[in-house]
Every structure is written in C-alpha cells, then in structure tokens.
Design a protein around this ligand. Sequence first.
Ligand code: NAD
Length: 376
Amino acid sequence: MDLFDYADEFGPAKIIHLYEPSVGLKGILVVDNVAMGPSIGGVRIAPDVSVDECFRLARAMTFKNAAAGLPHGGGKMVIYGDPKMPKERKQQLMRAAAASLRNEESYIFGPDMGTNEECMAWVRDEIGRSVGLPRELGGIPLDEIGATGWGLLHATEAALHYLNSSLTNAKVVIQGFGSVGKHAARFLAERGAKIIAANDSRGTTFNPQGLDIAALFKLKEAGKSVADYPEGQRLERDEIVDIECDIWIPAARPDVINENNVHRLKTRLIVEGANIPITHGAEKMLFEKGVLCIPDFIANAGGVICAAMEYHGATAASASETIEEKISHNTEKLLSIVRAKNILPREAAIQMAAERINKAMSLRRWSLFSSAPHFI
Ligand code: NAD
C-alpha cells in the first residue's frame, strides 16, 4: 500500500519508520495533525500492530485532543515486541526509540498498552519529552486518582441533565472493573447513584439493592474477581449486557456491543469509558431506539486531559478541576448539536472536533506542520 493512501485533509503529517538493528528496535510513529500543538499519544508495545492501526489510533487521538480543547494534536507510536518482555529489554528499546526521536518535537510520548510510567521516566531521562510520569518526577498518577472515571462522572451528569434526569438512585451497570470502571463506579456512587452490577474478565456480580463499591475495591486488591462479592448474585461475565438499568458504562474492551447483541441492552443512557466499545452499526441502532450514547472520545478524555496538564506542570487538584470543566462543557456542547441537527452523537462529536482543527489549521502558514522554533 502507498503511504499517501492515508493522506486526507487532516494528515498524517508524518509517518516515521524507526529501525535500529543493534538493539532490534522496529517501530512506527504516526504524527497525525499538529495544528493545535505537538501531538500527544501513547506508545504501544505489541507483536502485531500495523501502520494502518497506528494511523487509526493517531487519528483517534487527533479528534480526542481537539474535542477536549487541548493545545495538542494526535500521534501514536508502536514498538514491535512482546509487551511482557523483561524490564531490561524494554528499557533498551524505549531508550533507543526516544533517542532516535530526539529532534522530533512534534511528538510527546505517553503510556499505552505495554508501557507504563517507568517507561515514560526512561524517555524523559533520554529526551525530556513524555507524559504519564511517576509522581517522583512530577507525574500525576492518573489511574490512581481515577482521572478518566472522574471525567465519566461529569459526562454522565451533563447527559442526565439533557435527559431531565439525575443521578439520585439512578441504576448503573459497569462493564469492566479496572482503572476506568472502578473509579467511575466510586464517583457515581458518591453522587447518589446505585451501582447494581459490575463485572470483570472472570464474571459478573448483581444486586438490585446496590453494590458496596469499597468492598469491590478490596476484592480486586486481593486479586479476586468482583464476581466473588458475597452480597451479590454471581452471573456469567457477558450476562451484564442483559441487566436493566438507567445508565450502562462499558469500561473494558472494544466492540463489546455490536449488531448481534445490541438488542439485549435495556438502558436509556450509555457513557463510553472504553475506546470503541460499541460498533458504528450498533450505535446507529441505539440512536434509532432513542438510547443516548456519549461517545468515547468525549466521555473518556479525562486521562489525556490529565496527561496534558501534567506536561504543563499542573497539580492533581487543578487537573481534576480542568477535567470537570472541559468534559461537562464538551458534553453539553455535543448534546446541543445533537438536539439541533438530530444526528448521531458520534457524528456531532466529530464535527465539533473537526471545526476546532480546521480553525487551528487556518491560523497557520503550513496547515499541518509547524516550523516555529521551540514549537513545544
Ligand atoms: P484495565 O486493564 O485497568 O481494566 C480493564 C478491566 O476490564 C479489568 O477489570 C478486566 O478484568 C476487565 N475485562 C477485560 N475483558 C473483559 C470483558 N470481556 N468483559 C468484562 N470485563 C472485562 O484497563 P483500563 O485502563 O480501565 O481501560 C479500560 C478501557 O478504557 C480500555 O478500552 C482503554 O483503552 C480505555 N481507556 C482507558 C483510559 C485510562 O485512563 N486508563 C483512558 C481512556 C480510555
């Protein structure tokens, strides 16, 4: 395939092939659109990612960062390898990748599958340009504070307001009790919602009277499944799709709701914590049924907002404040477009992001890249 087959009005500005045989480094960096500022996106270590997937992930970051109103474009990097490789090997690859991109100021490294805050510390040590750092280096531990879950709370509140409803006693179901799902559950329960079911890869727990979220945190800390919760009915993992509720939050894997199982959902509102948890076709069917779906890149932007704030030297408290402000505002704006145009929320979100990117591009001499000194 010709690399220019990817080129459209938004990018990608650069596709860089990384290769260093002395350490066995093979990787790809896609810097998609940097009209709003240097790109931020995660580094994924995986044995089987393609240029195509890297490009799609970079484009998703362009939209997510623009929709969140961050002064950053979208990028993504893939390093080929086993994500479970020994730490010394990972360090060698991360340092080599960072060194090879020392002058590529249009990309700021972030964590993704197979990389963590320690990897970001090595990158920072080499070239000083990464986010998602350990606390000791000025990082804001976003999974510990629940940055994405905090954002989901605010997206949910804005959506309920649009539906003339509220969180008090709202019945919530959470699919995936990991970094995103467990904090979303905690914040929603603190605001008066009743979390009636949750699951993880090993099973589902269900109690129509509401689950004790602190007890579920303890189970997970002890290495158990939420399905081991003694006060709940134990169900199969995927039976979570059938539980009737007011708000259904997917926070596990992509494509969990698709054309084959979407008819089983019995809810009024879906707030997408995971990335692409619902296929496009299923989102359309939900829209036609009158179920409101807040798309992933609006609802789950708390993590990247936190990372960008960290990069600009903010504290955890101010990052939380910004997440609340941005996600509430963006969800409200999105819903006003949905109401005015009667279009799918995802289409409205893309329009909103594209408008911001086009405006930023119109303010530059070159639409995609910048030749300004000290761009970052
Ligand atoms: P995680 O690994 O911490 O948690 C995932 C949870 O989902 C685990 O409890 C796991 O047991 C469970 N799970 C896995 N497969 C499942 C299945 N088929 N059904 C039900 N549960 C299942 O991951 P995370 O960081 O919470 O991320 C979850 C999703 O959110 C991913 O799609 C990720 O890309 C996306 N996301 C994460 C962040 C973040 O800040 N961590 C930000 C934006 C988007």
